[in-house]
Design a protein around this ligand. Sequence first.
Ligand code: ADP
Length: 613
Amino acid sequence: MTAEMASEPVPNGVGNGVRRYLDVFRYTGRALHLVWSTSRGISICLATLSVVVGALPAAVAYVGKLIVDAVVGHIGDTGPSADLALRFVAYELALVIALNAAQRGIAVCESLLRALLGQRVNEMILEKALTLRLLDFEDSEFYDRLTRARREASSRPLSLVKRVFGLGQNAISLVVYGSLLLSFSPWAAMILALASIPIFVAETRFSNDAFRLFRWRAPETRKQMYLESLLAREDNAKEVQLFGLGPAFLARYRAIFETLFGEDSALTIKRGLWGLVLGLLSTGAFYAAYAWIVITTIAGQISLGDMTMYLLVFKQGQSALAALLSAIGGMYEDNLYLSNLYEYLQYAPPTGEGYVRQGTDPSDGIRFEKVSFVYPGTDVPALSDIDLHIPPGHKLALVGENGAGKTTLIKLLTRLYEPTSGRIVIDGVDARQWDGATLRKRIGVIFQDFIRYQLLAGENIGVGDVAVLDDRERWQDAARMGMADEFIERMPNGYETQLGRWFKDGQELSVGQWQKMALARAFMRRDADILVLDEPTASMDAAAEAEVFQRFRNLSTERMGIVISHRFSTVRMADQIVVLDGGKIVERGSHEQLMAETGRYAHLFQLQAAGYR
Ligand code: ADP
């Protein structure tokens, strides 16, 4: 875990004090603001309807009392009394219709808001992801945070907002009920309030437990997602089937579920039992109040109409209070989950970008000065004390065993990572001072694990330069350079052919063909004066590879080129060859110089040459 992310704003239990408890609610304001800025119209609608739904039930109860009173004492009458009672019935009907309409309206608003808010929050999450560094993606704890944010965050803001409005609505009901009830007895209002508190405390406590479980589990959940992708994705199917791995992976998938479910069900059952016990308490309180109201009515102190109204008010008041408290408990829970989302959104990776767009000495090219790099979480340097100079126009080949540090060197040059020590200088300016976008435009790079985009053939090349992504002529030029033109033109729809198997009519390519695609993609960057190819031809046939490198060498004289390859027939064409071993440069020079040295390069070259004899 990186230092910036180590803060832990989530309290560990109710016992941690009221302040921390209240602290958790700070995301409510943000969620409300999020909703407001997502759609003002819907927000206003929701607020108005909530007020209506909050106030109407008490009005219905009051009209109910008027009806009963209009009936009691007038039984046997006809004429005006009956008319009055009927008029009240009609009022009640009107109120109930209005109430239903308002409730429907709330449901519609919420559905619309769910879609809008889900999209908005997901966009926020993805926009943030665009600003992250490669290092962040490689940090498993950070990745867990991203997973958690994505999993719950689109439903939680809506839930929080629903609860806030629910809270307002129930609070209004409660004030109205409370004032009606006060006219009966302040004690009745007190009973109503006291009986609900234990439920509230229990709910909050369980919210905390549930949230802690959720946080702990992100790694397991991620493991489960990974197993799903192994079992259910096209690119994994081949190996999983042939090795017969399916059942074993499925068993692991199930085992993770069972552990998680075990914890979940224990909590759910505990929650249910407590709910039952505490629910009994409030039922008891209700019936005590019921008996009291009945006795008072029999004693003649209140009318029959009053009795029906108080009973209704007490019952509904109790459920409004329960709803209010559970809304607070739920808001607490939603806030806990939102803390995740905002922790993620607030994380600001250090940019370390400068503003320089033009080097002070363009004739100097690229320099590595005592560059070392240690991957986070490891202690063996992947590169140590690398000194290198690539003048403009020069072609450099990197040679070395797997794990020697070749790709890491490229990642440092392309600024995917910062050197742990030392510096990289480009055109006389420290790479850290360069404007990131300017530098990226200058570098065309293809890694060995390039992406096979499930896009059109032409677009697969076009992505090499996003500014001209859809430029057909550029596709064709680049395809020619990468030797992809022949097979693309043979495909039924040429450059418009959908590649990959994910989408309809997708055409799958061979590994070598994909590699030519990637190569063409690198050539798409016409303005790039630094071209980097990390084992670009490993899956091509020998003739194709020789051809590619001829082209690579013939690139305009100012362009710098770096190539990683295991084929010495290719490597020997470079102006400068650097042999890496264990993160250090062990030999360097031209092919002729290195052969004359009869060191490691010469040995490896002989070995490979012998293989061909
Ligand atoms: P090469 O390209 O020469 O095969 P790399 O530059 O990929 O080698 O790797 C150099 C060393 O750095 C290896 O020991 C490898 O285990 C380690 N390494 C590579 N990538 C990572 C990473 N993302 N995180 C941690 N260690 C890494």
